[in-house]
Design a protein around this ligand. Structure first.
Ligand SMILES: CC(C)(COP(=O)(O)OP(=O)(O)OC[C@H]1O[C@@H](n2cnc3c(N)ncnc32)[C@H](O)[C@@H]1OP(=O)(O)O)[C@@H](O)C(=O)NCCC(=O)NCCS
Length: 149
């Protein structure tokens, strides 16, 4: 996959689990996905890894069925945010999905997660609906984007 200013995006495998779990914990704290789910996403679904010479600094996991994909999680290590890497990883994931025949991408995001909503909007996602109480009582947005033909 693409090389970007010394950063590389590649398919993940189970050897990445500890690094992903750490980034997940730094990003979501008590609301992190459990290790078992992260392992499942690595082994049975698709997880893309962003890495540099320091090691793994971000990941994006998605599931897909036919022409529809669902982004389950994206996170960049806090030390590497705000320099365009989340956007690189998301755009790479969309290219990966296109190769698999995906035509529509869905995701959920907390309504107060401004950074993520702006990232998704910049790449082309639109808000479809509000998901009342989706996050343990907090509201979320369902966002989607058409890709490919
Ligand atoms: C959301 C996240 C992945 C963005 O990654 P990032 O590498 O910092 O984002 P980028 O530097 O690629 O920024 C791309 C765009 O996102 C938006 N953005 C990123 N950080 C932002 C911030 N702090 N405030 C507002 N907009 C922001 C901007 O539109 C930016 O484009 P611009 O620089 O041209 O304005 C990162 O903040 C993160 O890991 N957050 C914690 C995990 C999380 O919330 N994941 C999403 C769950 S739904």
């Amino acid at each position: 996959m693409e090389e970007f200013r010394g950063f590389r995006v590649r398919r993940g495998d189970v050897n990445d689990l500890d690094f992903i779990e750490e980034i997940e914990r730094l990003s979501f704290g008590d609301e992190s996905y459990p290790r078992n789910l992260l392992r499942y996403l690595l082994e049975w679904e698709r997880t893309l890894i962003l890495e540099c010479s320091d090691g793994v600094i971000g990941y994006l996991s998605y599931v897909y069925l036919g022409s529809i994909a669902h982004i389950v999680s994206i996170a960049i290590h806090p030390d590497y945010r705000g320099i365009g890497l989340g956007e690189v990883l998301l755009r790479e994931a969309i290219e990966d999905m296109k190769k698999l025949g995906v035509h529509r991408v869905l995701l959920e995001v907390k309504v107060d997660n401004v950074a993520a909503i702006k990232l998704y909007s910049k790449v082309g996602f639109e808000i479809d609906s509000i998901l009342r109480g989706y996050y343990s009582g907090d509201d979320g947005y369902l966002m989607s984007m058409d890709i490919g033909e």
